[in-house]
Design a protein around this ligand. Structure first.
Ligand SMILES: Nc1nc2c(ncn2[C@@H]2O[C@H](COP(=O)(O)OP(=O)(O)OP(=O)(O)O)[C@@H](O)[C@H]2O)c(=O)[nH]1
Ligand SMILES: [Mg+2]
Length: 312
């Protein structure tokens, strides 16, 4: 099986080339050559266009400039290493982990705008827990979109994970309530709530999510124990605004950033973390179940800069 680093590297292969070209020996911009003023400009542009944002871009540039001042022989790969270690430092504390389940069931609500990846992530996460020997249950709380039930059923069947669903138009909070009772009855370890991404308007969606929280609260005051925003990593810095809105109305506890494969804007992960300081639990690096991976700041930083070896 490919290493986590390799998965990140493969997943980020459209964010990476911008840097890879700029830094690697094989690359064309300034490759193994020495750094000069124009290569610093290119680095700046690459960082901005991958949506790293002003602060992170400036910090990386500053560190590279400092190193360059001290060592005029500085080469592209050295700069890449510096960039990766700055990135790793910026992302310190960003790795979300559930080390142990403290509730039975542990309830994880997945929220986010339509198309961000909630439904597929719910099924993938369930599979992930199942592979770790836990008993998951998925609740189909997107009762709004007509095809939603069928979609989640297909995914759960494919990955062989159990699902509780109702019919289109049912009350989402009631589905969540029933699912929690079912999870308790079955002795499930984790309950994953897939929620709707679109209702008539944003207020409606937020009200529905708040109702889910309220209704679950009748059975377990602390539910849901995790409220994770599933955000599409390929939309770049727009994701920061989305995260802010959901955080304000629903109180998020973490993030899952999907679709980091095939995006040239994978830097936004850094921006969201800087702004909201919410831990990133998983990232989506492709469409398959095994492409949902725990977030690793180190692997991310190295992959972005195309660095194979350890960084200090
Ligand atoms: N390439 C890629 N595609 C992904 C990833 N995660 C999800 N997708 C795809 O994105 C599309 C939308 O995913 P869904 O899970 O349906 O998104 P959703 O948030 O449930 O959407 P709504 O129910 O409409 O709100 C699907 O085609 C998924 O296969 C990922 O990490 N990489
Ligand atoms: Mg969905």
């Amino acid at each position: 099986m490919a290493s986590l680093f390799q998965r990140f590297k493969d997943g980020l292969k459209r964010t990476t080339p911008t840097f890879y070209k700029a830094f690697s020996k094989a690359g064309s911009l300034f490759g193994g050559r020495k750094i000069d003023a124009s290569s610093l400009d290119e680095l700046e542009e690459a960082l901005y266009s991958a949506d790293f944002g002003v602060e992170t871009t400036e910090e990386i540039l500053e560190a590279v400039r400092e190193a360059y001042k001290k060592d005029k022989e500085l080469r592209g790969l050295d700069a890449a290493r510096i960039g990766a270690s700055v990135l790793e430092r910026v992302l310190e504390g960003s790795e979300g982990r559930i080390d142990q389940l403290t509730h039975k069931p542990e309830i994880i609500a997945l929220v986010g705008v339509n198309g961000s990846g909630k439904t597929t992530t719910a099924a993938k996460l369930a599979k992930n827990f199942q592979d770790q020997g836990k008993q998951p249950l998925v609740a189909a709380c997107d009762t709004f979109r007509a095809a939603a039930n069928e979609q989640i059923r297909t995914w759960c069947d494919r990955l062989n994970v159990p699902l509780i669903a109702s019919q289109h138009g049912a009350d989402a909070a009631a589905v969540a309530f029933d699912a929690l009772q079912a999870a308790r009855g079955r002795g499930s370890d984790v309950l994953l709530l897939d929620t709707a991404g679109r209702l008539h308007n944003k207020e409606n969606l937020m009200r529905e999510l708040q109702k889910i929280r309220r209704v679950l609260g009748k059975l377990d005051e602390s539910a849901p124990h995790h409220a994770w925003l599933v955000v599409d990593g390929s939309i770049g810095s727009n994701s920061i605004q989305q995260a802010r809105v959901f955080h304000e109305s629903f109180g998020l506890t973490g993030l899952i950033v999907t679709k980091l494969d095939g995006t040239s804007r994978g830097g936004a992960v850094t921006g969201i973390y800087r702004e909201l300081k919410l831990p990133i639990f998983y990232v989506g690096l492709g469409e398959k179940a095994e492409d949902l991976q725990p977030f690793s700041a180190k692997d991310y930083a190295r992959a972005v800069f195309g660095i194979e070896e350890e960084i200090r």
